[in-house]
Each structure stands twice: as C-alpha cells, then as structure tokens.
Design a protein around this ligand. Structure first.
Ligand code: GDP
Ligand code: MN
Length: 311
C-alpha cells in the first residue's frame, strides 16, 4: 500500500467439511502428519522415511524427544538429518517438520529392551508414553491434516507404499503387523518373529480379569503371568494353512503404536492416548478403546508387515 502500512493479516478459513480421508489419498493431495516419539535416532528409520513414495509435499513430520542425555544426542542427529533433507532435492523435502522436547518429569529412565518390557516397569512407562504422544499430537495436528501416521523411531523397514497401502482401506484406525528380523540360531539364517503384542481382539478371560480389577489396575498383553487369551494380531499372519493376503483385515479391540494409521477426525473427536487407566488400559490400547467408545472401529492387517529394529 502507498502509505507503507501492511494490510492486516487475513483471516484464514478452513473448510473442514471438504477435508477428505479417502482411498485415493495421494491423488487428492490429502495431508498426512507422521508423528514419532523418539528416544534414539536410527539412520534406518530416516532412510525408510525418505523412501516413502507418498508425495513428500503432503507429509508433515512431528517428533517429541525426552530431555535425557540419549534424547539430547538423538535431537542433534535428528536435526542434522532434517537440515540435510530440507535443503536437498525439492521432491525429497517434507512440507514441515516440528521437533518438541518433552519437559514433564520425571523423565523415563533409559532402559534396554529386556528391562523396559518387565511387567513391573510397564505401567509407568506406558503412561509416560501416553503423555508424550498426547503432547505431540495436540501441538501438531492442524486444520488441514487428513491422516495421522504414528511411526515409532525404531521402525526401520516398511513398504515404500506404506501410506498409500494403509489409507486405501479407508478405516478410522488401522494397524499393520509389527515383526522383527533376527538371526535364527537354529538355522543360522535371517528369520522373522512377532515384535508388537499390543494389537488384539478381546477375550472373555480378558474381560473377566478386567472386571475383577481395582480402578487403577491395568491389563497388559504378552505376559505369561497375566494370561488374557486374547487373539493377537501377531499370531494371525498367514501360515501354511491360510493363504497370504496383505489386504486381509481383521477387527481389533486393542492396537499398538509402532506403526498406526488414524483418520485425523478420530483424534479431533477426542480420542487420545490415556495416561491413566481407561477401562483398565493405557496408551495405544486405551486409545483403541476410546476410539471405539466414540463409535469408530479399529482394524489390523495380519499379513502386512513393518519391522522393528533389533537391539
Ligand atoms: P517398545 O518397542 O514397545 O519397547 O517401546 P520403545 O521403548 O521403543 O518406545 C516406543 C517409541 O517411543 C520409540 O519410538 C522410542 O524411541 C520412543 N520413546 C521411548 N521412550 C521415550 C520417552 O521417554 N520419551 C519420548 N518422547 N519417546 C520415547
Ligand atoms: Mn520400540
């Protein structure tokens, strides 16, 4: 303007009814927010992310890292990777990147796989993870986000078409099967085994156990001392008798978060990761229950795999 004053910033209108979540997400330019709580930075995670075929211009990234020495080191490595990618070839660049530091205390003690999977350590850990996920979600979810893809920092291998493959099913909540590659000592060859046991169908025993629990007690999956007899997605992968079909879907009651596709509207309706017992569940399993209480359905892909880093 001639008088040198800047025009006031315009009000931005978002037409949320036009925001789609569809089975043709890439063609429609639906925006995907990839959220990762990160304790360690793995090059394999970043390389896998870079290889995702979905147009990077429609992908935003969000991270939350703890304020521990490990978290500090991971933040430095992550910032380096981000700087390199965002100044590299235009097609590789992501729409935006947000890095948060988790400031609530006490920070989680760094634990190795064996230590953190001990049943007595799980409740505090899972509740802290719930708070970290919520904090990340509520600071990054934008008015134009169609999908939220939760992806743990130690998922080092997925199909390059992960986003297209998961959104194509057009489900409110969808979880692939999370396995781990390992050197099988019996055959001395590389092999695969289930990693994440948090995706399951409820059982009568599980319901019965929960009904006898105190209000602050939670049910955990994958522990012999707490046999729930739930049907685990981990064990639903095709075997000799069942034909392999990566598109096969099963309805679930609990989901894990190592890789998890959620329609942004499920979160907008209020489904989050309870850091308190919700129907005797916390974090991602509590999230599945909350989504269900809001009227959504949760699904799993028994024959579609992502792979967890092997410590
Ligand atoms: P597990 O594989 O189920 O044993 O769980 P992890 O320890 O791998 O944690 C799940 C995800 O959260 C991974 O991406 C970790 O890097 C990340 N993570 C673990 N602990 C913390 C924490 O204290 N704060 C944050 N922000 N992320 C964490
Ligand atoms: Mn992990």
């Amino acid at each position: 303007r001639a008088d040198g004053h800047q025009a006031p910033p315009p009000v931005v209108h978002y037409h949320m009814n036009d925001l789609t979540t569809s089975d043709t997400s890439a063609e429609r330019g639906e925006r995907v927010l990839i959220l990762t709580p990160m304790m360690n930075f793995y090059q394999g995670y970043w390389e896998n992310l870079m290889k995702l075929q979905y147009p990077h211009e429609f992908i935003s990234l969000g991270f939350i890292l703890p304020k521990t020495s490990e978290g500090n080191a991971a933040t430095v490595a992550l910032q380096e990777a981000v700087a390199k990618t965002q100044s590299g070839p235009v097609d590789d660049r992501f729409a935006s990147v947000t890095i948060l530091r988790q400031d609530f205390d006490p920070p989680l003690q760094s634990q190795d796989e064996k230590e953190r999977h001990k049943i007595e350590n799980q409740k505090a850990r899972r509740e802290a993870m719930g708070r970290a996920r919520n904090s990340l979600l509520f600071t990054t979810l934008g008015p134009s986000t169609s999908w939220v893809l939760w992806l743990d920092a130690d998922i080092v291998e997925t199909p390059t078409t992960l986003i297209e493959d998961l959104t194509r099913h057009d489900k409110p909540v969808l979880v692939p099967n999370c396995y781990q590659r390992f050197l099988n000592p019996e055959t001395n060859e590389m092999d695969v085994r289930p990693y994440d046991y948090n995706s399951w169908m409820e059982s009568d025993v599980g319901l019965e156990l929960a009904s006898n629990m105190g209000p602050d007690e939670i049910l955990l999956e994958g522990y012999a001392e707490l046999a729930t007899y739930r049907s685990l997605l981990a064990w639903m992968a095709s075997t000799d008798g069942i034909e392999y079909d990566p598109n096969r879907v099963v309805e679930l009651d609990g989901v894990g978060g190592t890789a998890l596709m959620v329609k942004a509207d499920v979160h907008r309706d209020g489904a989050m990761f309870p850091a308190f017992p919700f129907y005797h569940m916390v974090e991602t399993e509590g999230f599945a229950k909350m989504a269900k209480r809001l009227g959504y359905t949760c699904w799993g892909l028994p024959d579609y795999f992502v792979y967890h880093y092997n410590e």
